[in-house]
Write a protein that binds this ligand. Structure first.
Ligand code: ACO
Length: 423
């Protein structure tokens, strides 16, 4: 492309901005840190919409605003620019028509209509489906909770849902059979394309999808008001696959917490709620995860580790039985014990192996050469099984070297995860 034409290129991730909008009356109640919830943010990916290069051609000063009513997620679209290239030889990209294929057609382009809609929605919108959980967090820096939480999610012990300093977060479970949910899902699914690498829309004709949505719930600030407003934070979708002979394997497919709410512990709360839900369902054999992003893998590891520890795994007398070179009896005892615990907690085999290896490392006395060697052999034996096909084609020397390298990087990663989980 010539230099002149390059001037007409915009980065689509920067040009598109998103915003969750609540009624002005409900914005006033937000403390400084919480204002993030209503500020504009950018997508991480736009290639599914605007193409692999994430560029839009034909405009200068391009600004695409897609705003969402914070609860109902009804949308407002505005496309503005300083100038547009008008050349039949090099036509400008169509923006609205392109976006139209990905969002429901009932968006508005009228600011006035949108503010009326937000006003109405914020007092009327209620999450769809069945409430399955909630937790409270101190309002970010109110005078009473000063220094207490700094916006962190509390463990829910000090605050009650009706405490005036509490902000409540609620989770709702829905399926396609939940009245109105299909339409609602069409409004929220855009976040999958914009924030999950390789994310794509689910097929609405697959019947069994299950969803958990997460909302911030706040009381309208007016003194005599008894209106509670709900603001979308994120969601997770799972699909049950048949698992021989008469159970299902739940596959976590999509998981997103919107940027204004990230790094505040909400992802962990949503994941652990899904986890305890599936533990309580007798028909579920295990929870698997489809193509996890790195940040999600970390979140899952942290939560699974805390779960196992809080359920007393470190105090189990069989925790370190049969590690490394050991007699037949203790090895078979280990296999039996691992299989029982894994099935009880419905964790997939590879994930369970990794979690146990991390916990064994956590308990290991690194100065004890003998114990360290046992641990190394234990991890290497699993890595060998896991990578058998590749390793079996190597010479003995190459194999040793490859295993040693993999071991080093695996242990380094375990140390990183342990540090952020138990620091
Ligand atoms: C199968 C799949 O769908 S994979 C795709 C996963 N989704 C995506 O990648 C979409 C975009 N990203 C996201 O949606 C989110 O960033 C997620 C889901 C990956 C993580 O959700 P979050 O709510 O940010 O996670 P959470 O806040 O629980 O933990 C993240 C960080 O916050 C920190 N944190 C946790 N609790 C708190 C707290 N109470 N206060 C402050 N920080 C906290 C954690 O230490 C963690 O930081 P670290 O990873 O550097 O240690």
């Amino acid at each position: 492309m010539s230099e002149d034409l390059a001037e007409w290129l915009s980065d689509s991730n920067e040009a598109l901005s998103l915003q969750l909008v609540r009624d002005p009356e409900d914005e006033d109640v937000l403390y400084a840190q919480e204002k993030r919830a209503i500020e504009p943010f950018h997508p991480t990916f736009t290639y599914p919409i605007f193409g692999e290069r994430e560029k839009i051609f034909g405009y200068k000063g391009l600004d695409i605003q897609l705003q969402f009513a914070s609860g109902s997620l009804r949308q407002f679209l505005s496309i503005t620019y300083d100038s547009k290239l008008n050349s039949p030889a090099t036509p400008s990209d169509e923006i609205e028509g392109t976006l139209y294929k990905f969002i429901p057609p009932d968006y508005t382009k009228s600011e006035m209509d949108f503010s009326k809609l937000v006003e109405k929605d914020s007092s009327e919108f209620k999450p769809l489906g069945e409430k399955i959980g909630s937790y409270v967090r101190p309002a970010a820096t109110s005078s009473k909770s000063k220094g207490k939480g700094k916006g962190k999610v509390s463990n829910g012990e000090e605050l009650k849902e009706d405490d005036e300093n509490a902000v409540v977060f609620e989770m709702y479970k829905a399926t396609w059979n939940t009245p109105g949910f299909r339409e609602y899902h069409r409004r929220m699914q855009l976040f999958i394309l914009l924030f999950i690498e390789g994310g794509s829309y689910v097929h609405e004709d697959e019947d069994s999808w299950e969803f958990i949505t997460l909302y911030e719930k706040r009381k309208r600030p007016a003194a005599d008001s008894d209106i509670w407003t709900y603001h979308f934070v994120g969601y997770v979708s799972v699909y049950p696959f048949w698992c021989y002979p008469d159970q299902v394997r739940l596959r976590l497919s999509q998981f997103v917490i919107l940027p204004p709410y990230q790094n505040q512990g909400h992802g962990s709360k949503l994941y652990s709620t899904l986890f305890s839900q599936m533990l309580s369902r007798p028909e579920v054999a295990e929870l698997t995860v489809e193509d996890p992003a790195e940040a999600f893998e970390d979140l899952r590891d942290r939560n699974d580790l805390r779960f196992l520890v809080s359920n007393g795994i470190l105090d189990d007398p069989k925790f370190s039985i049969g590690i490394g070179p050991s007699d037949e009896l203790s090895r078979s005892e280990r296999v039996k014990w691992e299989s029982e615990i894994r099935k009880k907690y419905k964790i997939t085999q590879r994930q369970f192996d990794r979690l146990l290896e991390m916990l064994l490392l956590k308990q290991l006395d690194l100065k004890d050469e003998k114990e360290l060697k046992k641990y190394r052999l234990h991890v290497k034996a699993r890595l060998y099984r896991f990578n058998y096909e590749m390793l079996s084609q190597m010479t003995l020397e190459e194999r040793k070297e490859a295993l040693a390298k993999t071991y080093e990087s695996v242990v380094e990663d375990y140390e990183r995860i342990l540090e952020m989980t138990f620091h």
